[in-house]
Ligand binder design. Sequence first.
Ligand SMILES: [Fe+2]
Ligand SMILES: [Fe+2]
Length: 291
Amino acid sequence: MSTSARLEQIIERVGDLPAMPKAVSRALTLTDDPDVDLSEVADAIQTDPALSAKILRISNSPYYGMRQYVGTLKLALVVLGVREIRNIVLGVAVFDALHTRKTESMLAGDFWKHSFEVAAFSKKFGEHLKLTVHGEDFVTGLLHDIGKLVLMRQFEAEYATLYAEAGGWGETLCAAEDEAFGFTHADAAAALATYWNFPRTLVDGLLLHHPKGAVPLRDAIDPVLAAIVRLANGAAREGSRRGEPARPAPAGDPEAWDIISGQIPELDEPARAGLLARFADAIASMPAPRL
Ligand SMILES: [Fe+2]
Ligand SMILES: [Fe+2]
């Protein structure tokens, strides 16, 4: 079965996925036009005041390193660019749409912090290595685990138990999800992104963020983007366990490194682990903005 047919099946199985908010679809349509008027984009986003406030909070987070406070959406569009703001809008809108009573406790934990760390890691890491990606690195990192919110929203009690038993992370969780539902949170994330008509590069990044999936990384529309998000997820997860006894830095998934080595052949294994550890530390020390 093709990936898109499988995602269609999951969309059906999950049932009532949230609809894309109006302000978001309007902003997306507008930003498709390369000559768009920035005031028009700002106005479209501002019809949703909560969304606007969140976008400003993220734009002003230390991660973006603004020299001065960006107080309006128009200015944020000028400073960060239409494309970056468009991606932040996408990311925040998904979190908003999935924020319900059922997902409250998950979001109150370190879910947002982890998501933000993987987003920041993906962007900085790609920039550092001068990797060519299509610009969706931040938003793909931010949304990589949203399938967990989708599953919680839909199968609340069953998923909460499964999630707690599997420890909430990694391949053990994926295996438990697959056994219970026939698909994983990575599949569910890709299904929602497909349902919202997100770019295929982003859909693939979400789908492939865990190693040992059914589809090889090299089959992604943008394998480098998918590889970066997979490495970021592995490393940021380790970073978030600081405070526990020191453990060796993760070497990162070999399949992901294989893709990246195509662009930077000179990085050997110790250099790779050192690089991941350095990024994980730097990102973990950066406070995530409030959602
Ligand atoms: Fe995940
Ligand atoms: Fe994750």
